[in-house]
Design a protein around this ligand. Structure first.
Ligand SMILES: [Mg+2]
Length: 329
């Protein structure tokens, strides 16, 4: 076991430490942190496994970026400001060059979001595994939750959907250019941290879209005790995705693909103008909250939809049963 920051230090890496609130960082048995007294602490943990959550032949930098990005997205989902994170890394072999690239991807994103690594270790194990716990803070009762949506609220998302699935599909078809826009959407997602902080307190409910729009909308509806009606024609699709998959599959990717890490929000109609001003052109209204349970307006059931599992895309709706989205026309 070694200290992650020490192990990954090199001329190319400048580990940024957002020191605010760090009383004692790495080097002792625990970090000592001083949360803001007027804030709630938001904590989330997520594990990324090679060939389960990301392809092992992706670059080390992309793997480092993605592992932190999916955790930051959970802070964004709650409207929390990123503060600190800890990292547990399991590697089949310790490869200094790989570790350098991994650290660069990780720290570049950490720097961008002003979050400090305050502890971690590296162990040797059979499979590449990355577990990150993030800590953020959110003032008073401003946290965005899944349970506040009310009938009549608008449903909106913060960007185009489906690109990550399009990128994953391109990857399995042999596209290895990590700058390819769809591949980049999958490997290097941009969590909506700043956007979420700018609208907390103005939305009634929200979460990040990790499982796919229908699955995550179902999570929101279940927690809020409501249903939803979607306008399929309003779901934002990237022209690059439509060009790659065709219109029909592009919409399916948006509904069921997952890994987009955009935000799905419920908001009172009278808040739309203020939220649109805060988010600029990224806000897309896609439907409304209903009092009847279930999701209407969309014909997709997710049956036969393909997700990343193991060595490639697996068919026959492998994860759709888990989601139980229950979308009906
Ligand atoms: Mg989430």
């Amino acid at each position: 076991m070694r200290d992650v920051e020490h192990a990954s230090r090199s001329d190319h890496v400048s580990p940024h430490q957002a020191r605010a609130g760090v009383v004692l960082g790495q080097g002792d048995d625990c970090a000592l942190l001083a949360p803001s007294s007027d804030c709630r602490l938001a904590v989330s943990v997520d594990t990324s496994l090679a060939d389960v959550h990301f392809p092992r032949d992706a670059s080390a930098g992309a793997i480092g970026h993605r592992a932190l990005a999916v955790n930051l997205s959970d802070l964004a989902a709650m409207g929390a400001r990123p503060r600190w994170f800890v990292l547990a890394l399991t590697l089949p072999e310790v490869n200094e060059q790989w570790l350098e690239g991994f650290a660069r991807g990780l720290y570049d994103l950490a720097h961008k979001h002003d979050i400090a690594l305050v502890g971690g270790d590296i162990t040797r194990g059979r499979e590449l595994s990355i577990t990150i716990t993030v800590h953020g803070d959110v003032p008073g009762d401003d946290a965005i939750t899944r349970h506040g949506a009310r009938p009549g609220d608008l449903l909106a998302v913060t960007g185009t959907l489906g690109n990550a699935h399009g990128g994953l599909r391109a990857w399995f078809e042999g596209q290895r250019d990590e700058c390819h826009p769809l591949v980049a959407a999958y490997l290097r997602p941009a969590p909506r941290v700043h956007e979420a902080m700018s609208i907390r307190g103005k939305v009634t409910a929200g979460l990040d879209i990790s499982d796919g729009l229908l699955a995550d909308l179902n999570h929101l509806c279940t927690r809020s005790g409501v249903g939803a009606h979607l306008d399929a024609s309003a779901i934002p699709l990237d022209p690059a995705l439509v060009a790659s998959l065709g219109a029909s599959d592009a919409l399916e990717a948006a509904l069921n693909g997952g890994d987009d890490y955009e935000l799905l929000l419920a908001l009172a109609p009278e808040q739309e103008a203020a939220i649109r001003e805060a988010l600029g052109g990224t806000l897309h209204v896609i439907g409304r909250v209903t009092s009847e349970s279930g999701i209407t307006g969309i014909t997709s059931t997710g049956q036969g939809w393909q997700h990343f599992q193991g060595q490639g895309l697996q068919g026959q709706g492998q994860r759709s049963n888990d989601h139980g989205t229950g979308a009906t026309p």
